[in-house]
Design a protein around this ligand. Structure first.
Ligand code: TAP
Length: 474
C-alpha cells in the first residue's frame, strides 16, 4: 500500500529536439566523424535515442589541431576580462536553457528530473559563473597566470553535464582550450553544450567535443599535442592513464573512485541523519564517486537507525526519471546493472543479509531497488569495493577511534560524513579522516567555490574553488 497516492507528474520531453544522428564538434562546427558510430539509449526504456559518431585517431588529431590553433591565435592572447564575458554568456545560456538540459540529461542518463533540474544543471551554470569571475584575477590565484595549452578532458556518465562544467569552466577561465570526451552512454548534453558554445559565439576551436568509447579517450590522452589531461572515472582507467602519460611533460589531474564512510554517532539527530544516509547513497542511484556507501552506526543507536532507515527507504519512489515525484531513476546501462548485481551477489555469498525496499521495478529498462546489507564486516568485498549503485553496506562501531579506523580502512579517500551533535567531536573526526571532503551533519553538498578531490586511490588534484585553477595554470 502506498503511504498516500500520487498522480504522475511527468515533465514533457517535447522541449528537447534529439536529432537522429550527431557528428563531432570540431573547430566550432559539427563535422562527420571519420570512424564508425554507436547508439545512445534511454536507460529507462531501452529506446534508441540517436546514432553518435565514434571519433577515430584521425578525428582526435583534427580536434587537437583545432584547439591548438584557437589557443595560439585567439584564446591565450585574449585578456582575461574578455574571456570572462564568454564564460558569463555560457553560464547565462545554461540557465536560460536549463529545462531543456535537465530533460535531456534525464532521458540520456536515467537520473530523476528532480536531480537534473535542481542539482546538475544549476551547479553546472554556477561553475561557469564562478570561474568567469576568476578569468581576470588569475594573478591573485597563487598559482600563476599562464595557461598550459590544450587540455584533453575525459568524463564519466554519472553527471554528464556537471562533469563537463567542472572540466571546461576552469580550463577556459585560465586561457586553455579543450578537447572533451563525454562517456559513451551519455553524449547528448555535451552535444547540446556544443550548440550553446555556438550560441555564445565562442571562438571556433576553443571547445571541441569528441564522442566515442574508451579507445577515443585513450587516443586523446596519449596525443603528443596535449599539454594537460583531466580525467574523472574509475580508478582502473585512471591508473592506466597515469601510466600512459608517465615520462611526458603532460600535467594530469585524476578524480577517481571512492568508498565513503557515513558515520552516525548516538548523539546525532537521527531523523536528519537518516535523510543524509538516504541522500548519501540513493542520490543519482548511487552512481556517485563520493557516495556514502559504507554506513558506520554507533552500536547504541543501531536498531533505531536501521528501523527508521528501512521505513524511509520504503517511501522512496522508483520509476520514470521524467516524473517529478521520482526519487530513484534508472541504472545508466545494462553493463552497470550487471556490475551492481554481481557485487550484490558477492555480498549474499559472503554471508551478509540483503534487504531491499519493497517496490515494483518497471519491466523495460535497467533498474535496481534501493538495497542495504547488514551483517557486513570490513573483510567483505561489498565493504571494500566501489559498487556505484543504490546499495548500502551497514557496519557498526563503539568508539570514535574505532569509527576513524574503520572509515580509513579503504584504499580510497574521497569523502566522508560525520553526524553528531558535538562540534568538537566533528572537528576531531575531520582531523583524522583521510578523505578529501568531510561533510558534517549533511552529505553530498557541492558548491563551485569549494575544492573537491581525493587522497590515495581516489586520485589527485582538486576541482572547484581557487584550488581548481591550479591544474590549468603554469
Ligand atoms: P571508466 O571506464 O573509467 O570511464 C570514464 C571515462 O573514461 C569514459 O568517458 C570512458 O569512455 C573513458 N575511458 C575508458 N577507457 C579509457 C582509456 N583507456 N583511456 C582514456 N579514457 C578511457 O568508467 P565506466 O566504464 O563508465 O565505469 C566503470 C566503473 O567505474 C563503474 O562501475 C564505477 O565504479 C566507476 N566509475 C567511477 C566514477 C567516478 S566519478 N569515480 C565515474 C564513473 C564510473 P567510455 O564511456 O566510452 O567507456
Amino acid at each position: 500500500m502506498e503511504p498516500f497516492p500520487y498522480a504522475p507528474a511527468p515533465e514533457s520531453p517535447a522541449i528537447v529536439d534529439i536529432r537522429p544522428s550527431y557528428g563531432l564538434f570540431v573547430g566550432g562546427e559539427f563535422v562527420d566523424g571519420r570512424g564508425t558510430s554507436f547508439k545512445t539509449v534511454n536507460p529507462a526504456t531501452e529506446e534508441v535515442l540517436a546514432e553518435i559518431a565514434e571519433a577515430s585517431p584521425a578525428d582526435v588529431d583534427r580536434a587537437v589541431q583545432a584547439a591548438r590553433t584557437a589557443y595560439d591565435a585567439v584564446w591565450s592572447r585574449m585578456p582575461g576580462s574578455e574571456r570572462a564575458k564568454y564564460l558569463f554568456r555560457i553560464a547565462r545560456i545554461i540557465a536560460e536553457r536549463s529545462r531543456e538540459l535537465a530533460v535531456l540529461e534525464s532521458i540520456d542518463n536515467g537520473k530523476p528530473i528532480r536531480e537534473s533540474r535542481d542539482v546538475d544543471v544549476p551547479i553546472a551554470a554556477a561553475h561557469f559563473f564562478y570561474y568567469a569571475g576568476w578569468a581576470d584575477k588569475l594573478e591573485h590565484s597563487g598559482f600563476g597566470s599562464t595557461p598550459l595549452g590544450v587540455a584533453a578532458q575525459v568524463i564519466p556518465w554519472n553527471f554528464p553535464l556537471l562533469m563537463l562544467a567542472w572540466k571546461i569552466a576552469p580550463a577556459l577561465a585560465c586561457g586553455n582550450t579543450v578537447v572533451l570526451k563525454p562517456a559513451e552512454t551519455t553524449p547528448l548534453t555535451a552535444l547540446l553544450f556544443a550548440e550553446i558554445c555556438q550560441q555564445a559565439d565562442l571562438p571556433p576551436g576553443v571547445v571541441n567535443i569528441l564522442t566515442g568509447a574508451g579507445s577515443t579517450g585513450q587516443a586523446m590522452v596519449t596525443h603528443p599535442g596535449i599539454d594537460k589531461v583531466a580525467f574523472t572515472g574509475s580508478t582502473e582507467v585512471g591508473k592506466a592513464i597515469a601510466r600512459a602519460v608517465a615520462g611526458t611533460d603532460k600535467r594530469v589531474t585524476l578524480e577517481l573512485g571512492g568508498k565513503a564512510a557515513n558515520i552516525v554517532f548516538d548523539d546525532a539527530p537521527i531523523d536528519q541523519a537518516v535523510e543524509g544516509i538516504v541522500d548519501g547513497i540513493f542520490f543519482n542511484q548511487g552512481h556517485v564517486c563520493c557516495a556514502g556507501s559504507r554506513l558506520l552506526v554507533q552500536e547504541s543507536v543501531y536498531d533505531d537507525v536501521l528501523e527508521r532507515l528501512k521505513r524511509r527507504m520504503s517511501t522512496l519512489r522508483l520509476g520514470d526519471p521524467l516524473d517529478k515525484n521520482t526519487d530513484v531513476g534508472a541504472i545508466n546501462s545494462s553493463e552497470q546493472l550487471l556490475r551492481i548485481r554481481a557485487l550484490a551477489e558477492v555480498g549474499d555469498a559472503e554471508g551478509a543479509d540483503r534487504w531491499s525496499a519493497p517496490c515494483d521495478l518497471p519491466t523495460s529498462g535497467f533498474w535496481f531497488p534501493p538495497t542495504l546489507f547488514t551483517g557486513v564486516t570490513q573483510a567483505h568485498r561489498i565493504a571494500r569495493e566501489e559498487i556505484f549503485g543504490p546499495v548500502l553496506s551497514v557496519l557498526t562501531f563503539r568508539t570514535p577511534a574505532e569509527a576513524v579506523e574503520k572509515a580509513n580502512n579503504t584504499p580510497y579517500g574521497l569523502s566522508a560524513g560525520v553526524w553528531s551533535d558535538k562540534g568538537s567531536r566533528i572537528l576531531w573526526m575531520a582531523d583524522r579522516l583521510k578523505a578529501g571532503v568531510v561533510w558534517s551533519n549533511t552529505f553530498n553538498k557541492f558548491d563551485p567555490t569549494s575544492p573537491f578531490g581525493g587522497y590515495k586511490e581516489s586520485g589527485y588534484g582538486r576541482e572547484g574553488g581557487r584550488h581548481g585553477l591550479e591544474g590549468y595554470l603554469r
